[in-house]
Design a protein around this ligand. Structure first.
Ligand code: VGL
Ligand code: ZN
Length: 255
């Protein structure tokens, strides 16, 4: 891992990151329940594997490296044949994205700023649209990925969740897609546990999808020691089922 990347990412963070508040429209007293099968869909109910941000820039040597992030690629490749369908999210920022410290004069990586009323941690330039860093990990088997949902494309707002931006406003289309597919259970893995995986899972649960976290398929930034564990606790409290990839494969009919 290049020292520069390690230094900026691992060593200069200072402030705690407050979890994004979920969109008000998801806080209207509805309980997190399992989505009822859509009787009108006519489709067979499918279980879907959702790969979160398995991109070069989040792997060792990338711009925003997650320690041992490369180790989850093999997990993704092993799991995919056990699912009829794989989907993926892709962090996909314009070069002028406001979450990049380089675009905030006088600010440093790891600082937290107010961005249009939302708390925003400043990151290194990463996952710039069309760049090599934004591409899927070269070892990842991508031929089974049916559809990719880009996120973080609006220069003024970050998007940790694969469903909505951090303000809960702009949707990626993932929710509508899953509803159309009459998804029975959503299996989520990827990078990073304490950011995009966490907020994707929390939104999935709020939307009513029965959601499982493939825990050995995730690694966290852990800007503060224990952030990944805290994220897993938060997801568990919200109703996620934590599974190992071995458990997932054993539980699949095609296994
Ligand atoms: C992510 C920080 C910034 C992630 C994306 O994929 O977890 N983290 N952008
Ligand atoms: Zn990002």
């Amino acid at each position: 891992m290049p020292d520069a990347a390690c230094g900026v990412v691992a060593c200069t963070f200072v402030a705690p990151i407050l979890p994004r508040v979920l969109s008000p429209r998801f806080q209207t007293g509805t309980t997190t329940g399992q989505r009822q099968p859509d009787a009108d869909s006519g489709g067979t109910h499918v279980d879907i594997l959702l790969l979160v941000d398995l991109q070069h820039d989040f792997l060792p040597g990338g711009a925003l490296p997650v320690i041992d992030g490369d180790q989850v690629i093999a997990v993704a490749n092993r799991l995919q044949p056990h699912f009829t369908e794989t989907l993926a999210t892709q962090d996909w920022h314009p070069r002028d994205h406001a979450s990049f410290a380089a675009n905030q004069p006088g600010r440093r990586i790891g600082e937290v700023i107010d961005l249009d009323g939302l708390s925003q941690i400043l990151w290194p330039v990463h996952c710039v649209q069309e760049s090599t860093g934004a591409a899927f990990a070269s070892q990842l088997d991508t031929k089974r990925i049916r559809r990719v949902f880009p996120k973080g494309t609006d220069p003024r707002i970050d998007s940790y969740s694969g469903f909505f931006d951090n303000g809960g406003k702009q949707a990626t289309g993932l929710s509508e897609y899953l509803q159309q597919r009459a998804v029975r259970q959503l299996f989520v893995m990827g990078l990073a546990t304490d950011y995009c995986v966490q907020f994707t899972v929390l939104d999935a649960l709020q939307l009513g999808f029965d959601t499982a976290l493939v825990v050995d398929g995730c690694r966290g930034v852990n800007q503060h020691p224990g952030d990944s564990d805290t994220a897993i606790q938060a997801m568990t409290a919200a109703g996620v089922t934590v599974m190992s990839s071995e458990q997932v494969m054993r539980s699949r009919q095609q296994a």
